[in-house]
Design a protein around this ligand. Structure first.
Ligand SMILES: Nc1ncnc2c1ncn2[C@@H]1O[C@H](COP(=O)(O)OP(=O)(O)OP(=O)(O)O)[C@@H](O)[C@H]1O
Ligand SMILES: [Mg+2]
Length: 331
């Protein structure tokens, strides 16, 4: 495993324009990912996980109000300040690819699956139809799809097969980094396990890096080297999987971990009271303070910085040191 950063994100912002004012979906995110590593991004619905992914690969909707910061990828330079043509030529799909949330349900219903896998090769790499067919066939074998799928339409495939097809689309251009946005959330538990195994094998086989987006901490633990916990457009805790799972230091992470149902324990999963904030008008100070059992005056007033607690375990909480391990008795 190479130890230089493959991806360096710094001060990344993505706001959307709406009639109610800007939605601060990604509000100052910084992180680093090394080659071959998997970063899991975990957070409740609406915390900005997909938006962060769009900002990294620079697939932006029309109503962008603010897009700034930097996303330095490999030796391509900064994606945020690059012109669109260079992003297309150097980065998107070839360097960083993405399996979009719900992609398996937005396959083109009137185009054969094989042709949809071939398309990027023809469009972006100038392959001939025959050349692309050969390459697509190989990509399909890689994800465990039988050849006959090449000439089938999406509705003829099972959910698991459709998901394998969209994964092969993300891999066909041989990227170094693949962003997977909730890649198993529409699947039954068995199929989900099969897809997780596929992702693990592909990662080993090609030395891939992943950004694995999920609201499911248990699922994230299967793949993650590093975990970023997102809350209301910000990363509130970032560290090795071991640190985040075994020594969660942010009250939100602690709550999230306690909300995971455990098969072999008789404790009831807890749920987090309240709801995530409106990102047009998030609470002042720490955005989690209205839901935090430890909130004090300073939390309502001052926004906590993401601070290193040691060993690159970063936490944004005014009371980090004190809450570590939790007076609350975690585990
Ligand atoms: N194009 C857009 N215009 C306005 N607001 C948007 C747009 N896209 C997303 N949002 C808002 O931005 C916030 C973050 O959304 P995002 O989809 O990134 O969250 P998420 O963490 O991926 O959620 P989920 O787990 O439900 O997929 C939400 O409040 C969402 O409503
Ligand atoms: Mg999402």
């Amino acid at each position: 495993m190479k130890m230089t950063a493959l991806l360096s994100v710094s001060g990344l912002h993505l706001y959307y324009r709406t009639s109610r004012g800007p939605v601060r979906a990604v509000d100052g995110v910084s992180l680093e990912l090394k080659e071959g590593e998997t970063l899991a991004v975990v957070g409740e619905s609406g915390s900005g996980k997909s938006s962060m992914a769009y900002a990294i690969i620079r697939v932006l909707p029309r109503n962008v109000q603010r897009y700034c910061g930097s996303v330095v990828f490999d030796d391509a330079g900064d994606i945020v300040s690059m012109d669109e043509e260079s992003v297309r030529r150097k980065v998107r799909w070839k360097g960083i690819s993405m399996v979009f949330q719900g992609a398996m349900n937005s396959l083109n219903p009137v185009v054969k699956v094989g042709e949809q896998i071939m398309e990027p090769l023809i469009i972006h790499l100038g392959y001939t139809k025959e050349g692309a067919r050969g390459e697509a066939a190989r990509a399909m074998v890689d994800v465990g799809l039988p050849d006959y799928v090449m000439d089938r339409y999406p509705h003829e495939l099972s959910g698991g097969m459709k998901q394998r097809a969209v994964i092969s689309m993300a891999l066909v251009m041989k990227p170094k980094l693949v962003i997977l946005d909730e890649p198993t959330s529409a699947l039954d538990v068995m199929t989900q396990a099969n897809i997780m195994n596929l992702l693990k094998r592909l990662k080993r086989q090609y030395g891939l890096s992943y950004i694995f987006i999920t609201h499911d901490l248990a699922l994230a633990s299967e793949l993650a080297d590093i975990v970023a916990i997102m809350y209301a457009g910000k990363i509130v805790e970032l560290g090795s999987a071991e640190d985040v799972y075994l020594r969660p230091a942010h009250p939100y992470t602690q709550k999230l971990l306690r909300s995971v149902p455990l098969l072999r324990e008789d404790r009831e999963p807890e749920f987090i009271p309240g709801a995530p904030p409106d990102l047009v008008d998030p609470p002042p100070g720490c955005r989690f303070h209205p839901r935090c059992p430890y909130a004090k005056e300073i939390c309502r007033r001052e926004e906590p910085e993401l601070k290193d607690m040691g060993g690159e375990h970063m936490v944004a909480c005014h009371f980090t040191g004190e809450l570590r391990g939790g007076a609350d008795g975690l585990g």
